[in-house]
Design a protein around this ligand. Structure first.
Ligand code: ATP
Ligand code: MG
Length: 204
């Protein structure tokens, strides 16, 4: 009898805050690729966002836990926020691989992020560690033509023109973020005054 290997999606992101665009992307890839689990991995210090003001990792991690809690197939990992230094996807995949040696990994990324992928650290090694799934995102052309088809798939998903940048700007201006992010995340942002000038600190 052949036992099917577990299929595990990996959804990396800054998640500052996590929003329904992220959750729909993960859900669609999980359905199309028959994934058993999707692990959401909030980044530590992203190499692409070094010049930006990013919320403390603990806030981003907790919002991700809240957003994924109701889905039995969604989990949240601390591998990136617990590793010192900049976050590189190759390290994320190595750590998840050592925790789960016998699974097939599917790295989920949006159309904007896949464009940077060839320039990622250890790009060649990445292709061997996971299958990459690039999902469509409003405002970005989904193009994986430059990448080997055996390692990258493109997937059209329901278009949600939501970005964390816009959610932060709305929260800062006092505009609603209801229905852009899960209810618990709306309440978490309000509770800690995130994205206001004087956000409440958590241990980080
Ligand atoms: P920011 O505006 O701060 O960059 P973001 O909304 O782009 O935030 P990230 O945490 O940077 O969110 O994104 C994590 C991953 O989710 C990336 O691969 C990104 O392309 C993808 N993604 C983000 N928003 C969407 C969306 N609305 N539809 C599809 N994919 C998305
Ligand atoms: Mg982004």
């Amino acid at each position: 009898m052949t036992v099917q290997r577990r299929r595990v999606g990996v959804m990396g992101g800054t998640f500052d805050p996590i929003h329904h665009g992220h959750l729909v992307a993960a859900s669609e890839v999980a359905a199309r690729f028959e994934l058993d689990e999707v692990v959401f991995v909030p980044t530590g210090q992203s190499s692409f966002k070094q010049d930006q003001d990013v919320s403390p990792a603990e806030h981003r991690y907790l919002m991700t836990v809240i957003a994924t809690a109701s889905n039995p197939r969604f989990t949240t990992s601390r591998v990136d926020i617990d590793r010192a230094g900049l976050t590189y996807t190759v390290d994320t995949l190595r750590d998840l691989r050592s925790e789960r040696p016998d699974v097939d990994l599917f790295f989920i990324t949006g159309a904007d992020a896949i464009e940077q992928i060839a320039g990622w650290k250890d790009a060649e090694e990445l292709w061997e560690m996971a299958h990459f799934v690039a999902v469509s995102r409003p405002g970005h052309t989904l193009s994986v033509a430059a990448l080997p088809p055996s390692v990258v798939s493109a997937l059209e998903i329901p278009a949600l023109a939501i970005s964390s940048t816009d959610c932060r700007a709305r929260a800062k201006a006092g505009d609603p973020v209801w229905y852009l992010v899960p209810d618990g995340v709306v309440q978490y942002i309000a509770k800690y005054g995130l994205y206001r000038e004087s956000a409440v600190k958590v241990a980080s």
